[in-house]
Design a protein around this ligand. Structure first.
Ligand SMILES: CC(C)(COP(=O)(O)OP(=O)(O)OC[C@H]1O[C@@H](n2cnc3c(N)ncnc32)[C@H](O)[C@@H]1O)[C@@H](O)C(=O)NCCC(=O)NCCS
Ligand SMILES: Nc1ncnc2c1ncn2[C@@H]1O[C@H](COP(=O)(O)OP(=O)(O)OP(=O)(O)O)[C@@H](O)[C@H]1O
Length: 281
């Protein structure tokens, strides 16, 4: 199915983009000691069959959206298990797997009555379906966490700061995509080569979003510093050569501080997926 190919390709594009600050790319492992480029390939390959399943579940679903979410989550838990087996228990794509589960499910559901390629409005409609589908997610996941023993980084962060992370993005229909990344990509597509365009999109995300990976590794201070550096690079509107140089030094800085914008990387993959659906790239 076309959707599976787009989702899989978007993860390949994301990891291949180089140089990226703090993240794994073709040149180095950024601020990560436990993963590399090859592990990302293994991880993507382990998820690809599930991407097909997510889209199929949506395409064949009849009934309310909450019950579609329940089906997607069950499939998503299986996928997460297979991914962790492929990566020797390293979290390469936990957030991306979750987000692609809901986005592919919603896209499949939408395609029962619509077709590709997508207009901007089709994308907005799919994001609205995701928001409706995940209305109960935050309450469902966070209402009993004080009784849980083994808390994830996201759960700990919520208790400490109230930050909702990827769950918040999903319930709001991914505003980082609809208000930030996609308008940027739509405005700038065709002006530069794809790698530079997408790297600029990544920096825009880093400059704005509430990235739970940065928050758990660097606290509010670390996160704010990275955001400000992202904002500075974004606003400088550098030519390609200077832009690449600034990404290289941003990467060195993040390696020294042990910080990595994993949430922004995930959102970029999702934006690449919609860019394929809208035929922007
Ligand atoms: C909701 C998920 C992502 C778990 O969240 P968790 O609390 O473990 O993680 P946490 O909040 O730290 O973030 C997870 C990942 O989201 C990504 N992320 C971080 N910030 C953001 C952001 N602002 N926007 C989007 N993605 C983000 C990052 O890749 C991060 O690693 C999901 O893995 C899950 O539901 N796990 C439970 C088991 C399950 O149901 N799995 C199937 C999911 S379909
Ligand atoms: N290209 C990339 N390089 C590195 N990380 C990425 C990349 N793309 C996305 N990420 C995200 O970064 C996250 C990994 O961050 P981190 O190493 O902090 O993992 P963790 O398992 O949450 O924490 P810890 O290893 O500190 O216990 C993953 O969720 C992954 O999705």
């Amino acid at each position: 199915m076309q959707l599976t190919k787009f989702a899989t390709k978007s993860l390949y594009y994301e990891v291949t983009l180089s140089p990226k600050p703090g993240l794994v790319d073709r040149f180095d492992n950024g601020a990560h000691q436990d993963m590399d480029f090859f592990m990302f390939i293994d991880s993507i390959e382990s998820l690809a069959p599930y991407f097909y399943e997510y889209a199929r579940l949506g395409f064949e679903h009849h009934g309310d959206l909450a019950s579609l979410f329940t089906k997607l989550r069950h499939k998503g838990i299986e996928a997460e298990r297979d991914m962790l087996e492929a990566t020797y228990q390293i979290n390469t794509h936990k957030g991306a797997n979750f987000s692609f589960a809901v986005l592919l499910g919603a896209t499949g559901f939408y395609l029962q009555e619509h077709s590709l390629p997508f207009s901007f409005q089709d994308t907005a409609n799919v994001l609205s379906l995701v928001s409706q589908m995940t209305q109960h997610l935050v309450q469902q996941d966070f209402s009993h966490i004080t009784q849980k023993n083994d808390l994830s980084h996201g759960e700990k962060l919520y208790i400490k700061t109230g930050v909702l992370g990827v769950r918040g993005e999903a319930t709001q229909g991914y505003p980082a995509l609809s208000n930030l990344l996609l308008p940027f990509l739509r405005d700038h597509t065709g002006q530069e080569n794809t790698e530079v365009l997408l790297l600029r999109g990544l920096i825009l995300l880093v400059s704005q979003i509430e990235d739970s990976n940065l928050l758990h590794r660097g606290g509010v201070n670390g996160w704010q510093q990275v955001k400000q550096r992202g904002m500075f690079i974004h606003e400088s509107k550098l030519n390609e050569y200077d832009f690449r140089q600034s990404l290289t030094s941003f990467n060195q800085e993040l390696i020294e501080k042990n910080l990595s914008p994993g949430g922004a990387a995930d959102l970029l993959s999702l934006g690449i997926y919609f860019s394929f659906l809208e035929e922007l790239i």
